[in-house]
Design a protein around this ligand. Structure first.
Ligand SMILES: [Zn+2]
Length: 600
């Protein structure tokens, strides 16, 4: 396990400092099976959509620029050869299909990956014509970045022939076109800065040392340097892209061991967290706060956004849910692996429950959920049902949703030589090797709709290892029992270590009770609050529903144990509140509510 990670440390680089010890290892995708529940529904649905994509349509933008025959039709939307960003999500879908192949072992999925790699390899030509005069994502840097991960995942998970060779030739073709120097003040300079994470991963997955060097080369010090010194350089920058840059910094630490890269990632994430909405979402209008007013020829053309309450008041499109969650979850997983700090798991859980898990399903014609809205009342809509003038099919978030769904597997569990970390409570089974024998860990229950998780531990023979259980920071009087015996010292905001000789049939019961609480949109706006229960934000019905005050919100009760509905009494009748993934398209909801802060 640890040996797999050590392969990342090239001989000429110093071993990382030992402040945190060896990082936790990721599990293999194929070691986890999701059981029934909304996570598995999302996984199976996105997998089916990707399997249904026409391969000629996927290859068409690349074939056109390579003067190859182009049978089949344009896919449509952003993806088309004459669209906003031709082929932008090809690499992400190749990644997701490769991960799905590892998860399911499904032969049809593997074969599709192999065919797509072979088809793509034919289109790579040395002049990089595909990347010249490219669309919105400058010089195709974004699209190349996704291809790096797609081709290296196809090599690593599927063993697709020619994947690394196609990657090398693609890299040769585009490198002369990528700007080395990124403007210090550019808002959208993140496509180039995003490169390192996937370069390091490609190297880790078997590409040559060149990818390690490229990863290092594109770690932009004008952004990461100030963050490492504790200077917040996020305001005004593109949110998703720069969280992906932070994930690259954390990955750089895992690869190279420079403490500055870790400091930049840790501080950068703290700056993000200081401006998240109650859901864990961030970046209204895809931009970190505060957003300065824009003046043109002496006229203010954009009044700027001061804080979260201001963004709720003024606008829509508060959180680029899918892409930003993918970047944030990846960053949090890396930092959890390095620091073993359970609060990174708390943040991942909050973002999943109140964000990606409630995304509208990806539609086979490319309709994709993109933005969550926190104004009042708001509703869920596909991109770009809000009426902006833009091609609306296959946006960026259609590329990241399949990756988020695949990564529930690697985000739920982490490993070290000593045992297993239970990070996310998702109905699932992990099968792993401990001391030469297989062990199965199965989670079940209705959590987070109830406060309990049942864990069954089944080693093939009595086996000594540590089971580390994330005790959420919000839990009140949490408790854990093993075969009915209470475990002592269960502290919120930590991993509880249960070390014993496990035998087949061992049963572990986790209980994480929570109380309802109100969270203000901003410290400066205590009168604008959301209702929270454990990891769950409870969204109030807004169609023909009375508006509860603070005391009424705190008096809400779950309609029955395990139900997805809470009910708050008001003088004008009851108001229904639900977790994010229960809210359907076009249903009106309120995230934040105006209350009298003196009155609760
Ligand atoms: Zn997106």
């Amino acid at each position: 396990l640890i040996a797999r990670e050590n392969e990342m440390t090239a001989p000429q680089h110093q071993r990382r400092p030992d402040a945190f010890g060896d990082p936790l290892a990721e599990v293999d995708y194929g070691e986890v099976r999701l059981a029934d529940g909304p996570h598995r529904v999302q996984l199976e649905h996105t997998h089916a959509v990707l399997m249904g994509l026409d391969e000629d349509s996927l290859l068409r933008p690349f074939r056109l620029k390579a003067d190859l025959p182009t049978p089949g039709f344009e896919l449509g939307g952003w993806y088309s050869s004459n669209g906003r960003d031709p082929g932008h999500s090809f690499g992400q879908w190749l990644s997701a299909l490769s991960r799905y192949a590892a998860i399911t072992g499904d032969r049809a999925t593997r074969e599709k990956v192999v065919r797509l790699v072979a088809g793509f390899a034919e289109t790579v030509e040395p002049e990089g014509r595909f990347y010249r005069n490219y669309g919105h994502f400058d010089e195709g840097t974004y699209t190349y970045n996704m291809l790096v991960r797609g081709l290296s995942d196809a090599h690593h998970h599927v063993g697709a022939p020619g994947a690394l060779d196609a990657l090398d030739r693609t890299t040769d073709a585009i490198l002369p076109l990528i700007a080395d120097n990124v403007a210090e003040d550019a808002r959208y300079d993140d496509w180039c800065m995003m490169l390192p994470e996937n370069q390091f991963t490609a190297w880790q997955q078997g590409a040559t040392e060149r990818y390690l060097e490229l990863g290092e080369r594109y770690l932009h010090t004008h952004f990461l340097g100030p963050l490492a010194r504790g200077v917040d350089v996020l305001p005004g920058r593109h949110a998703y892209g720069h969280v992906a840059v932070l994930a690259g910094a954390a990955k750089a630490y895992l690869a190279l061991g420079h403490p500055d890269h870790l400091a930049a990632a840790v501080n950068g994430m703290a700056f993000v967290d200081a401006q998240t909405f109650v859901t864990g979402g961030f970046g209204p209008g895809e931009t970190f706060l505060p957003i300065a007013p824009v003046e043109k020829d002496g006229v203010i053309v954009h009044s700027g956004v001061a804080d979260r309450a201001d963004s709720i008041e003024k606008g829509t499109l508060h959180f680029e849910t899918i892409c930003s969650s993918y970047a944030y979850l990846t960053l949090a997983r890396y930092l959890l692996r390095i620091t073993k700090d359970s609060t990174y798991g708390d943040r991942m859980e909050r973002l999943i429950h109140n964000g990606v898990l409630g995304a509208l399903p990806l539609n086979p014609l490319g309709k994709a959920f993109y933005q969550s809205n926190y104004h009042s009342p708001a509703w869920k809509e596909y991109f770009d049902g809000y009426g902006h003038v833009m091609d609306d099919a296959w946006p960026c978030c259609s590329g990241t949703l399949p990756l988020v769904a695949a990564d529930y597997h690697v985000n739920a569990y982490l490993r070290d030589d000593d045992g297993v970390y239970l990070n996310l409570y998702i109905p699932s089974t992990l099968t792993f090797e401990q001391d030469g024998g297989p062990v199965t860990i199965t989670q079940s229950g209705e959590y987070p709709l109830t406060d309990s998780v049942h864990v069954a531990v089944d080693p093939i023979r009595p086996t000594d290892f540590a089971l580390r259980i994330r005790v959420p920071g919000w839990s009140l009087n949490p408790s854990v029992t093993v075969n009915g015996e209470p475990v002592e010292d269960v502290h919120p905001g930590t991993f509880l270590t249960v070390r014993r000789t496990w035998t087949v049939g061992d049963q572990v019961e986790l209980r994480f009770p929570a109380a309802l609480r109100l969270e203000a949109a901003d410290p400066a706006h205590p009168d604008l609050v959301a209702l929270v229960h454990g990891s769950l934000v409870l969204f109030a019905d807004a169609a023909d529903a009375p508006r509860p005050n603070g005391a009424e919100l705190l008096a809400a009760t779950q309609s029955e144990p395990g139900a997805g509905t809470w009910v708050a009494p008001t003088a004008a009748g009851a108001v229904r509140l639900r977790p994010w993934w229960f809210i359907q398209r076009h249903e009106l909801y309120r995230t934040y509510m105006k209350v009298d802060p003196e009155n609760h």
